[in-house]
Write a protein that binds this ligand. Structure first.
Ligand SMILES: N[C@@H](CCC(=O)N[C@@H](CS)C(=O)NCC(=O)O)C(=O)O
Length: 214
């Protein structure tokens, strides 16, 4: 058995894809086409009832979901790459940053930008719908920008996010910075420097290439 990774190019699963490649693990990829609704089909729901990606199916067939849980499991299961610091405080700060990225930047901010319809009441006239749509998107941009400002205040001027080494928090911060880049949302200077540092990593370049970004 090998790890089975369910992913969508250019989505939050890119962060987990980076971690799998950093660890140099053998894994099989299944592409989940979100616009086609693959994540809502019974075969995928049987694996992940939440219908979200990423999902990682372990050697024994058990499925892990949620970015932070998968990243934590990878770091703890393959400790030689030290993707989670040994020091308890640095490890806690790594989880703290990762949770803020996934829960707030992604979960509260980018979801309003990418899946705006979910935030609209069902009964709206077309005219009201476009006004609501614009204001939900604007709120999403505000949340993203406020959250990047919070992260900026905690990031070092150069280097990785926590401690001296690349960690699971860097992979999380990378995917939301990648989205900011793709949607032309400005990144504050330390976040932008972190993004460039991540883009200079050969593994990140390979993953983006594999996911179709040239
Ligand atoms: N909290 C989840 C969020 C995952 C998530 O929302 N993924 C998006 C793609 S980036 C997704 O699956 N969207 C499909 C949907 O929500 O229907 C995690 O950490 O894995």
């Amino acid at each position: 058995m090998t790890l089975k990774f369910y992913m969508t190019p250019g989505s939050c699963s890119t962060g987990i894809h980076i971690l799998l490649e950093e660890l140099d693990l053998p894994f099989e990829v299944t592409l989940v086409n979100l616009p086609a609704g693959d994540h809502l089909k019974p075969v995928y729901r049987a694996l992940n009832p939440k219908g979200t990606i990423p999902t990682l199916v372990l050697d024994d067939g058990r499925a892990l979901t949620e970015f932070q849980a998968i990243a934590y499991w990878l770091a703890r299961s393959y400790p030689r790459k030290r993707l989670l610091p040994d020091d308890a405080l640095l490890a806690a700060q790594t989880l703290e940053l990762m949770d803020y990225v996934v829960g707030t930047v992604h979960g509260q901010g980018f979801t309003r930008i990418f899946t705006t319809e979910r935030y609209l009441p069902a009964a709206l006239t077309n005219a009201d719908r476009s006004v609501w749509h614009a204001s939900v998107q604007a709120r999403g941009c505000e949340i993203v920008s406020e959250a990047f400002a919070v992260i900026e205040a905690r990031l070092p001027e150069t280097g990785y996010a926590i401690g001296a080494d690349f960690s699971i928090a860097d992979a999380a911060l990378f995917y939301v910075a990648f989205w900011a880049d793709k949607t032309a949302l400005p990144l504050p200077p330390r976040c932008a420097a972190h993004y460039q540092l991540m883009r200079s990593r050969p593994v990140v370049q390979r993953v983006l290439h594999e996911e179709g970004y040239r």
